[in-house]
Ligand binder design. Structure first.
Ligand SMILES: C[S@@+](CC[C@H](N)C(=O)[O-])C[C@H]1O[C@@H](n2cnc3c(N)ncnc32)[C@H](O)[C@@H]1O
Length: 248
């Protein structure tokens, strides 16, 4: 395991309890439409689903509520896996949970799942191509991959005095480090073209790219704030994106 993954794993173990149920389906991200509005998922009745970066297991519970028959999840943090196991079991569910980085080599059934998804976790991988190849490998032909993450423009813009100022570069795919809830973490910022080209290389076709802010944000005149995730910023750019792709 590389040193970024080791650091992120120990930070996620330390933060896990404070992330219970945060950013989970039907929510895709920050101030963007929900799955109830977007309807990207196919009918899940009787389907097998796999969540990469499953966190506390709340997205998997949502899948069960939609009728999914088999629930699988994977997460870098052993603490998150333990929390998800307890939460799902208490909800009468029997998930298959794996403690691993999404980009690592691990045993997963191949050509097995109807839907593979990842809600606000993909930017944590240190190897996007390997993670997407793993997602492709376990998905049935014709099955769907759906994932969400910060919009890459977020890293390029600062909000100052009621203006968005372009302070970064959209040309670079780069890692960046910061302190999250008191823990050192490193995440990756990739251009949208990098996601789309990596999906194409792994045998996917992109069916939808969502770059929208929630209608309620657009309808109300949001007061300026210089924070990272704010309704004001969401009234100018999408803070998160969602991609839906199909395995060919
Ligand atoms: C924002 S949380 C996702 C929450 C999740 N959607 C839910 O329903 O609770 C991000 C998750 O990604 C996991 N993670 C971070 N790096 C990872 C990696 N390289 N591979 C797999 N999971 C990772 C973290 O441990 C954390 O649980």
């Amino acid at each position: 395991m590389n040193c970024i993954l080791k650091q992120n794993e120990s930070s996620w173990d330390a933060m896990a309890e404070s992330w219970f149920g945060t950013t989970a389906l039907p929510v895709y991200g920050c101030y963007i439409p929900t799955e109830e509005q977007l309807q990207l998922f196919p009918d899940l009745h009787g389907k097998k689903v796999m969540d990469f970066g499953c966190g506390s297991g709340h997205s998997l519970r949502w899948c069960a509520e939609q009728g999914a028959k088999e629930l699988w999840g994977l997460d870098l943090s052993g603490k998150q896996i333990a929390i998800a196991q307890k939460f799902l079991t208490e909800n009468g569910l029997h998930p298959h949970l794996i403690h691993s980085a999404m980009e690592a080599e691990y045993e997963l059934p191949q050509n097995y799942f109807d839907v593979v998804f990842s809600i606000y976790a993909i930017g944590w991988t240190t190897d996007l191509a390997a993670a997407i190849r793993n997602m492709a490998g376990c998905l049935k032909t014709g099955g769907h991959l759906i994932f969400s993450w910060d919009h890459p423009l977020m890293r390029c813009l600062d909000a100052e005095q009621e203006r968005l100022i372009f302070t970064g570069s959209y040309l670079a795919d780069e890692a960046f480090s910061y302190i999250q809830r008191g823990q050192p973490v490193t995440v990756q910022n990739w251009r949208l073209s990098t996601y789309i080209n990596t999906l194409a290389d792994a045998g996917f076709t992109v069916e939808r790219l969502i770059e929208e802010s929630d209608k309620s944000c657009l309808d109300r005149a949001a007061e300026f704030s210089s924070g990272y995730y704010t309704p004001w910023k969401a009234s100018k750019i999408p803070l998160s994106f969602v991609i839906k792709a199909r395995k060919l």
